[in-house]
Ligand binder design. Sequence first.
Ligand SMILES: [Zn+2]
Ligand SMILES: [Zn+2]
Length: 452
Amino acid sequence: MQLYNTLSAEERAIMIDDAGKQRLTLSFYAYAKIQDPQKFRNDLFIAWNALDALGRIYVAHEGINAQMSVPAENFEAFRETLEAYDFMKGIRLNVAVEQDDHSFLKLTIKVRHKIVADGLNDETFDVTNIGVHLKAKEFNEILDDPNTIVVDFRNHYESEVGHFKGAITPDVETFRESLPIINEQLKDHKDDKNLVMYCTGGIRCEKASAYFKHHGFKNVYQLEGGIINYAKQLKEEGLESKFIGKNFVFDNRLGERITDDIISQCHQCGKPCDNHTNCENDGCHLLFIQCDDCKAAMENCCSTECLEIIHMPLVDQVRLRTGKQVGNKVFRKGKSENLKFKHSGELPETALATAQKPADIRQKIKVKKVLLGKAEHYYVKAQVGQFTIENQELNSGDKILISGPTTGDQEMILNRIIVNGAETQTAKIGDKVTFEVPFRIRLSDKLYKIVN
Ligand SMILES: [Zn+2]
Ligand SMILES: [Zn+2]
C-alpha cells in the first residue's frame, strides 16, 4: 500500500499541466479527539491520494489542520471523505478566491503533537470556552464600534502586505509570541473593550480567544473562518472591505489579493510592492518582498552575498551551507539588515499604489507557440541549457519560450545554437541542442517556439 509521495514536485507539476484539469485551493481545520492519529493519517492519505488531492496537512490527537489543492471534478468525492468522520460532518471548507493549479505539488500529511504550534499548555485553561464567532457583515459592524480593539494574530510578514484597518499588528514571528504581548498591552481594557481578533483561516483565534477569556477578557470575538472566509463573503454579499491589501497564504501563491491596495514596499528598492518571494540561495531561503526589477537584477536573491553564492559551482554551494541552520527549511522568516524597506509593528493604513489587473495573462494566451522539446540539463557555471528537440526543428534566430513551474514563462531570442559540439543554423528532431540561457532552468522545462 502506498502511503507516501512517489512523484517529485516537478514531475507533479507536469502531470497537472498535462491533465489540464481545474483544481481548487482550499483549507479547513477541526478540533476533535482523535485516538490514533497515525491510523487517521494513513486512512486520509489512501483516500486523498486516490482523488489526486495534494497539500500540507497536520493531524494530532486534538484534530486536523489542512491546506490543499483538489481537482474540481473530485470536490464532492473529497467532501465525502471528510463527512465519513462525525467530527467533520458539515465542515466549512475555505475555498480560495484566486486559483492556481500549482498551489500544492505534493500530498504531505504529518502527525504532530498539536495542529497549531501555539506553545500553550492546554491543560491550564478551558480550550472549548471560545469567543463569539462573527461573519463578515457582523465583523464590519463591530469594527465601527469605538469600543473595539482589533488584533491581527498573524506574523509580521503576513500583516505587512495586508491587514484590517486600525488593527494592532504585533511585531512577532510566531503566534505564541503574540499572546503574552497582547495580554500585557490590553490589560486595562479587559472589561470595557471588545477584543476582536482575526487570523488567516480562523484556526489561531480558536485557541487565542479561549486564552484571553481565561485571562479575564469579558468581550471576546473572532472572525469566523478568518480572512479567507471574509474575502469570500465580501464577494457573495457585495460588502465593503475593511481589510486592505493582500492575504498572505502558505502555498505556492504566497498571497491572495483582497483589495487592489498595495501597502508594502519592495524590501530592496522601496517601490510599492507586495509580492513575497524566497531567496534563490538554497542556503538562505529568506522570505522577503521583491519587485520585478529587483528580481531581475538580483536574480531572486536577498543580497549581493547570496547572488555571489548562486553563481558558484553547486559543490561549493553545498559546502558553504553544511552545518548551517536554514530555518524550517521552507522559509527563513527572520529579518535581514540587508532589507532596507522592511516594515513591522506599526503598519501603514493607506495604499502606496494600486495593483495592476493581471491583464498580461490574457496577452500570454494570445501568443502562438509551438512545442519543440524539453530541457535535459543546465550547466549552472557556464549558464548553458541542454534541450532535446522532439516535435519540430529549431533555428538560430528563433524567438523561444522556456516554461516550467519554477522557471515560469521566459522568452528569449536565440543567437547561437550548438549541436554535437558545433555551431549550427538548425537543430533537427532527435538532436540534443545547447545554447546560453541567462537564468536557471529546470529539468523537464518545456521549450516552445513563438510564432507571430
Ligand atoms: Zn525593488
Ligand atoms: Zn539570501
